[in-house]
Design a protein around this ligand. Structure first.
Ligand code: SF4
Length: 352
């Protein structure tokens, strides 16, 4: 069994300094741990860091977040994607504030909105020192390699979780559950990465079955993924002579619920003909193609065409915002990409 003490000694020398982490010897703040874990779901550390800093400045503690309007929370979240997370985050903050604090055990954490088994384990271990091993993608990869688990994901998930739990049963891990969990995260993020693992730097190289068998880099294996279906849509940039653009709010529930968008067609498998999309345009206008946008959602790939027109006055329903105020709107990434075709300052690194 790979010894926890070796990993913890490596962690003490090599731990990542992340803004939500307690310094050595400090008690972790459950609010910061929980907030970072929700933000990190489906999102990289590098992408989360600037959002986390801005969010914490705006909502410094659970009481501030619980007291905020949902619209303010959604605006602070805009761009991070998976917006159900933001709605659940807000509902969870209200539940925790009403209860006077976070529950300190797995079962209590699981009852809160937006907290699944992994997040409950991460918060319990890191914030409250519960001896449990949270298994995220990094830990899954490390454990599959350590134990040479070659069955493909997702079927191998329960086997990997059982093997991870045995690692946490070591006396050294039981003595430092928060550090052990974070040490596993850091090993997966920095040494045992998704591409070639850096086994010569690994504190567990002598105990790693995947490394000994020469198959580590190929693990974990995954069952073949089906290609995501493609959907098409057309959205409209309609600006007036006063420098304002027409926006609308999406329905409160469902995909991108409650977020702001440019008016547009539904998204469907077939491309839209000009005759069809004109029926969804907010008003007759001299529409020109402003560009196209690709965006990947979990279950489908979206291709959008942006049509643009400028008119003297907009006399249709929706709401008008100064174009200069768009950075403060709760625009989801896909809409920010569309708007960036007209306002290049809205473009972010990595936008397709
Ligand atoms: S020895 Fe290599 S493959 Fe095994 S856990 Fe360490 S870095 Fe990963």
């Amino acid at each position: 069994m790979p010894p926890a003490a070796a990993l913890l000694a490596w962690y003490d020398r090599n731990r990542r300094h992340l803004p939500w982490r307690a310094q050595t010897g400090e008690a972790a703040d459950p609010y910061r741990v929980w907030l970072s874990e929700i933000m990190l779901q489906q999102t990289t550390v590098a992408a989360v860091i600037p959002y986390y800093g801005r969010f914490l400045t705006r909502f410094p503690d659970i009481a501030a977040l619980a007291a905020a309007d949902e619209a303010a929370v959604m605006a602070a979240w805009a761009g991070l994607g998976y917006y159900a997370r933001a709605r659940n985050l807000h509902a969870c903050a209200r539940a925790v504030a009403a209860a006077g604090g976070f529950p300190r055990d797995l079962a209590g954490l699981r009852l809160l909105p937006g907290i699944g088994p992994y997040t409950a384990a991460a918060v319990a271990a890191i914030a409250f020192g519960v001896p449990v091993v949270p298994v995220d993608g990094n830990v899954e990869r490390v454990v599959a390699r350590l134990f040479a688990i070659a069955d493909p994901l997702p079927e191998s998930r329960s086997r990997i979780a059982a093997a991870a739990a045995t690692l946490g049963g070591d006396a050294a891990a039981l003595a430092r559950p928060a550090d052990f969990a974070q040490a596993l995260f850091d090993l997966g993020a920095t040494v045992c990465g998704p591409a070639a693992p850096l086994c010569t730097l690994c504190p567990w190289r002598d105990d790693c079955a995947g490394q000994r068998a020469g198959i580590a880099a190929s693990l974990p294996r995954r069952a073949g993924r089906k290609p995501r279906p493609l959907r098409h849509g057309v959205h409209f940039w309609l600006a007036d002579g006063a420098g304002r653009v027409l926006l609308r709010r999406r329905p409160p529930r469902g995909l991108l619920g409650g977020m702001t968008e440019l008016p547009g067609t539904p998204w469907r498998p077939q491309p839209w003909t000009a005759e069809e999309w004109r029926r969804h345009a907010p008003m007759p206008a001299p529409w020109c193609v402003a560009g196209t946008v690709r965006h990947g959602f979990t279950h489908f790939e979206l291709h959008l065409t942006l049509m643009a027109a400028e008119v003297a006055a907009i006399g249709v329903s929706g709401f008008l915002r100064p174009i200069t105020a768009l950075p403060d709107e709760a625009l989801p990434s896909v809409m920010r990409k569309c708007a960036a075709l007209r306002v290049p300052a809205l473009r972010r690194a990595g936008d397709a």
